[in-house]
Design a protein around this ligand. Structure first.
Ligand code: 6GU
Length: 246
């Protein structure tokens, strides 16, 4: 897969993707991540990319030209691949795991990052296929959001996570929050690891983890329970910890 990020701050992207699992995936050619500087496509001798809003008001807007010409250059460099073009904006569709799963199947994704007060609407209507938000808050620019989305897609690509990590994904991304994790020592500052985890009894451990997952989800994100397939046993357990909405 190729992910091309259109931005005024390419170094923000390059720096962030060069570490950890994304860095390793790039090294292993499992993904190509390019940051393209929109400013390089300004036709202005001062390389200006922003201007005052028609109708007045505070702040500056990104001009449509440099964004369009930048996008055209990207299309010329890979004319034969279909592209989803995502625009990072608080107006967008809230990003969810199911959307990451869907975008992970694409061959090429272009992500457009805005700055200032936004981008001239005409070029958004011209090139953008998907408007995406990472939450109900305002960021100073789309770069951090683009990185969040990129990370969530890259970890789903074939062979990016190890076998162990991928297995966890399958077992516990069924719409519930994960169970809690513990490692050595068995007692830390007087606090013990739940005894069942030391027992070696796999059936009991599995049951404990399912219940811990259910309880965490009920206490922290009860909204998630509405969209999850629950067994009779799950429901019984949830009732025992006070969940009545069944
Ligand atoms: Cl995706 N972009 C920007 N610029 N701000 C945001 C956002 C995205 N999601 C929430 N706030």
């Amino acid at each position: 897969m190729r992910i091309t990020i259109m931005t005024l701050f390419p170094q923000m992207i390059e720096q962030a993707v060069s570490h950890s699992i994304m860095g390793r995936a790039i090294e292993a050619s499992q993904v190509e991540i390019r940051a393209v500087n929109i400013r390089d496509y300004s036709n202005n001798k001062h390389k200006q990319v922003d201007d005052y809003p028609y109708g007045g008001g505070a702040g500056m807007l990104m001009k449509p030209g440099p964004v369009k010409w930048c996008y055209e250059a990207i299309c010329e460099s890979s004319p034969n691949t279909k592209k989803r073009v995502m625009y990072m904006t608080p107006h967008g569709k809230p990003w969810k795991q199911a959307m990451a799963d869907e975008f992970a199947k694409e061959e090429e994704i272009v992500i457009l990052c805005g700055h200032y007060e936004g981008i001239d609407q005409r070029v958004i209507e011209d090139i953008v296929t998907d408007e995406v938000s990472i939450g109900d808050f305002v960021l100073t620019g789309g770069e951090l959001a683009a990185l969040v989305i990129t990370d969530s897609i890259v970890r789903l690509l074939p062979n990016v996570l190890g076998k162990q990590e991928s297995f966890q994904e399958e077992s516990f991304c069924d719409g519930l929050l994960e169970y809690y994790h513990y490692t050595r020592p068995a007692v830390f500052e007087g606090k013990e690891v739940p005894e069942v985890l030391l027992s070696g009894h796999h059936k009991n451990i599995e049951k404990y983890r399912r219940q811990n997952s259910l309880e965490n989800t009920y206490k922290k994100r009860p909204d998630l329970l509405e969209q999850v397939q629950l067994s009779v046993e799950d429901r019984k357990f949830l009732q025992s910890v006070g969940y009545n909405n069944i």
